[in-house]
Design a protein around this ligand. Structure first.
Ligand SMILES: *Cc1c(COP(=O)(O)O)cnc(C)c1O
Length: 405
């Protein structure tokens, strides 16, 4: 085994189970390992690298900005934050934004905003606010956020957890209707569940949820950290259903694959609950992150990455559909956000990912049974064709071994 793997395994907490490959360089849709072997990245850091690795414009901008102004904290105004937030609010139809760094921090921000809105605007009694989330959700890893999770491993050993969360079945509008009461502050939902296994809810679910929330004075908060910024073929996945959430959470690709940049966006009525000292982050909204975030958005629009995602996603989905194998149970997703469900009786998703890695294609399993395909949105047809060939051959290989034994 590589010495670098041993070193990392010796000193790094074992909270991940990485594939045994040591990456040293990347460009566009490709990454290279320590031996110079090239891989097609079909994972793009859980969709953080939608722009492709080391996008030329972002690298140039970072070089320039790093020499100018980086971290000053929000104790002062800067020339970078205003233009960035103006752009992201304009693109998403939201009024105001609160910049953070990681996705989990932005989700925490959304929770705080929803609760304070419930007390100060809606009139919910002190400490009684409830937030409804969905079974199978993934919103991050803080102790408060895992309190909303129904994944035993995310929680086991980390309690006690804060109260105030209610879980309903994802995709079931009646379950949501039943869970709403006078104390409900918000419904927090992923338009497509990412870590849950690329789960696409039934047609019309999000729209019906929006209506239900409006009728009951409940905030609809969309966690688009993974689905947002072009990943599903629209700028926001909510747009597929013509839904305008009251609160929106962005992260991952917002940093252009270079830096952690996240934010909570909302209507003024919601964001207005925050006063000086209510919430904050030392690094949130720093000039370097703001400059990168603005350029990442400009690139997204100018290179039409959402449209590309729709077109290439359809192409990839069709090509995958042509693969004739008993190993695939289901293929689902939108745009370049696709999950291949492997029949657990016949193979594991991990085994598929390991074999793909040997052939120079990097992906990662989620929930043991799903192979995630979420390449940089700049991927082209030729690269997709190559990937599909690898996937078809790997599945045929596994099937052969299975039939021989
Ligand atoms: C990744 C993710 C998060 C958490 O983001 P981090 O940057 O890892 O904290 C939250 N919600 C969704 C939907 C995600 O995919």
């Amino acid at each position: 085994m590589s010495e670098r793997i041993q070193l990392e395994a010796r000193y790094c907490a074992q909270n991940y189970h990485p594939l045994p490959v040591v990456l040293t360089r990347a460009e566009g849709v490709y990454v290279w390992d320590e031996n110079g072997k090239k891989y097609l990245d079909m994972m793009s850091a859980y969709s953080a690298v939608s722009h492709g690795h080391g996008h030329e414009r972002l690298v140039r901008l970072v070089r320039d900005q790093v020499g100018r102004l980086n971290i000053v904290s929000r104790a002062f105004y800067t020339d970078k934050l205003g233009p960035f937030l103006e752009k992201v609010c304009t693109l998403t139809g939201q009024d105001m934004a609160l910049p953070m760094n990681t996705g989990a921090e932005a989700v925490e921000t959304a929770i705080k905003a929803a609760r304070k809105w419930a007390y100060t605007v809606k009139g919910v009694d002190h400490d009684q606010a409830e937030i409804i989330a969905c079974k199978g959700n993934f919103h991050g890893r803080t102790t408060t956020i895992v309190a909303m999770s129904d994944e035993p491993q995310y929680k086991e050993g980390f309690g006690p957890f804060p109260p105030g969360f209610v879980l309903v079945e994802y995709g079931n509008i009646d379950a949501l209707a039943d869970a709403i009461n006078e104390n409900t502050a918000a419904f927090l939902v992923e338009p497509i569940q990412g870590e849950g296994g690329i789960i696409v809810p039934p047609e019309g679910y999000l729209k019906a949820a929006e209506r239900l929330c409006r009728d009951n004075n409940v905030l609809l908060i969309a966690d688009e950290i993974q689905t947002g910024l072009g990943r599903t073929g629209r700028l926001l996945a909510c747009e597929h259903d013509d839904v305008q959430p009251d609160g929106l959470i962005l992260g991952k690709a917002l940093g252009g694959g270079i830096l952690p940049v996240s934010m909570f966006l909302a209507k003024s009525e919601v964001m207005g609950v925050f006063g000086p000292g209510d919430h904050g982050s030392t690094f949130g909204g720093n000039p370097l992150a703001a400059a990168v975030g603005l350029e990442a958005l400009n690139i997204l629009v100018e290179e039409q990455l959402a449209e590309r995602s729709a077109e290439m996603g359809d192409y990839l989905m069709n090509r995958l559909g042509d693969i004739d194998t008993p190993l695939i149970g289901d293929i689902r997703g939108k745009g370049l956000f696709i999950g291949i469900e492997i029949d657990p009786g016949l193979a594991t998703a991990r085994e598929v990912c390991e074999r793909l890695m040997e052939r120079g294609l990097l992906s990662k399993e989620t929930h043991e049974t799903v192979v995630r395909l979420a390449p940089p949105l700049i991927i082209n047809r030729e690269q997709i064709d190559w990937a599909v060939t690898q996937i078809r051959e790997v599945l045929a290989e596994i099937d052969e071994v299975r039939l021989a034994s």
